[in-house]
Ligand binder design. Structure first.
Ligand SMILES: CC(C)(COP(=O)(O)OP(=O)(O)OC[C@H]1O[C@@H](n2cnc3c(N)ncnc32)[C@H](O)[C@@H]1OP(=O)(O)O)[C@@H](O)C(=O)NCCC(=O)NCCS
Length: 168
């Protein structure tokens, strides 16, 4: 497995981060909040946002000194406050090297340690076999399949809800 580290993103890395993020094959698996095309300015805005939260919610995925993706936990509010949503992407040349499976394992440990939550969930699109596999390898369980709730890139997609819990 390729060596990588999760660490806080650095504004100085915005250009290279945006070059990796500027990819339709990544964008087509994420919500439309993820811009396409993805500019250096988009990266700067995103990185600034990640630096505001304490404890850190979103980390860069670094190989050597290069940011090649991001993984984050997004806390829910109100009566849903015991839940946190996991989101992630990695640059296409690094797919299939086991990086995300291992990054998710680290984020599960981090999430349950740093946040007062009982459940971490993710919502891959039904056709996103790679994402589903990384979740299942980490003990996430399919809790629901919502048919055609997503409209992305002019097409309906199924929404899968995968979760892992501290206690049932
Ligand atoms: C989905 C994604 C995060 C997977 O990351 P990754 O680092 O390539 O995943 P891993 O290398 O850890 O692979 C985990 C498993 O999934 C499999 N896999 C990965 N991509 C796959 C694909 N496109 N089709 C089938 N299997 C795939 C791997 O073979 C591996 O299985 P194995 O351990 O049984 O061999 C990455 O492809 C990506 O960033 N995609 C675009 C954005 C995205 O989909 N984000 C998630 C939104 S929910």
């Amino acid at each position: 497995m390729e060596k990588f580290k999760l660490k806080k993103l650095d504004l100085a890395d915005a250009l290279i981060f945006s070059m990796h993020a500027n990819n339709r094959n990544i964008w087509r698996n994420l919500t439309d909040r993820f811009p396409h095309p993805y500019t250096e300015e988009n990266a700067r805005d995103f990185i600034k946002l990640t630096l505001e939260a304490e404890p850190t919610q979103i980390f860069g995925i670094y190989v050597d000194t290069e940011p090649i993706g991001a993984i984050g936990l997004h806390p829910l509010e109100d009566v849903f406050s015991k839940n946190i949503e996991l989101g992630y992407w990695i640059a296409e040349p690094y797919w299939g090297k086991g990086i995300m499976s291992s990054a998710i394992a680290q984020m599960i440990a981090y999430g349950f340690e740093k946040f007062d939550i009982n459940r971490i969930f993710a919502r891959p699109f039904g056709r996103n076999i790679g994402s589903i596999r990384t979740l299942e390898k980490n003990g996430f369980v399919l809790e629901a399949t919502l048919k055609n709730t997503i409209f992305k890139d002019g097409k309906y997609e199924h929404e899968l809800i995968y979760a892992i819990r501290k206690s049932s």
